[in-house]
Design a protein around this ligand. Sequence first.
Ligand code: FAD
Length: 304
Amino acid sequence: LFDVLVVGGGPAGASAAVYAARKGIRTGVVAERFGGQVLDTMGIENFISVKATEGPKLAAALEAHVREYEVDIMNLQRASRLNPGELIEVELENGASLRSKTVILSTGARWREMNVPGEQEYRGRGVAYCPHCDGPLFKGKRVAVIGGGNSGVEAAIDLAGIVSHVTLLEFGDQLRADAVLQAKLRSLPNVQIITQAQTTAVLGDGSKVTALTYLDRVSGETQQIELEGIFVQIGLLPNTDWLKGVVELSPRGEIIVDERGQTSVPGVFAAGDASTTPFKQIIIAMGEGAKASLAAFDHLIRAA
Ligand code: FAD
């Protein structure tokens, strides 16, 4: 039996676990893969007070910090069901079930990928998913943004101020972003918008990206664009399928939280990329994890 059971071992979960354990209460962490998205990240330059680090290094530091405390870490375990109640039950895929007075959901999210040849090979070597993180690496270079929704158009506007040229590729016949964003994008001199474009391959020289190809869905011809970077902005998918029908989710599948990280289920809190909190970043996930943990502690002392 736990006082606080954290589901997810990324920055949000690690932060929540440390904050809970420092209150001297029984704390557990269930993680499918401790470290989360940070494990897949190369350079990190916006984790404030650390000028530059690497994902695996930060992931190891997260785990080491949690292990400083009496926290029961259950790594390589996937939660499959949450049962609300006086004591909240979390079922694991391996058949076990855990009970806790409060639960913090921090299962994160994953970027939707294009699934085209070259994307995996050049991930982190020209193929990027986070403009806030990797935009400055492409200063003065040519990039493409894939996706004409709000996140793609925001990324293109953001990048246009840093890079020399942005090509925005949209699969459909028009952009899907808000009108104000589209107007802003069209006002920028170094942006080209191509609709009806289906990205077909990422090309490179073996060490970094050099071009991409796309199918012009009107003419049926394949076109090539020479560039140094490709930002894929076709959706961020929260890892919340297992919570459907139990915890209130937004239309995008994000766990709806209030300003204290409280979800629709009493005693259940959420933090990080899996929640409705805007701007998916490590430092934000950590802050939200700390906040959810303090809110869970507050809930415990009021219930006692
Ligand atoms: P995650 O890191 O996604 O962690 C989720 C955790 O939950 C993992 O442990 C996962 O295994 C676990 N989990 C998921 N489902 C289950 C389940 N059912 N049961 C049990 N466990 C589960 N941000 C920056 O600030 N700076 C950067 O430079 C940066 N670069 C990035 C580069 C890349 C390639 C990517 C993909 C992301 C980058 N980000 C960066 C974003 C950053 O990694 C995320 O915002 C951050 O990791 C979110 O933390 P989180 O704890 O909410 O979720």
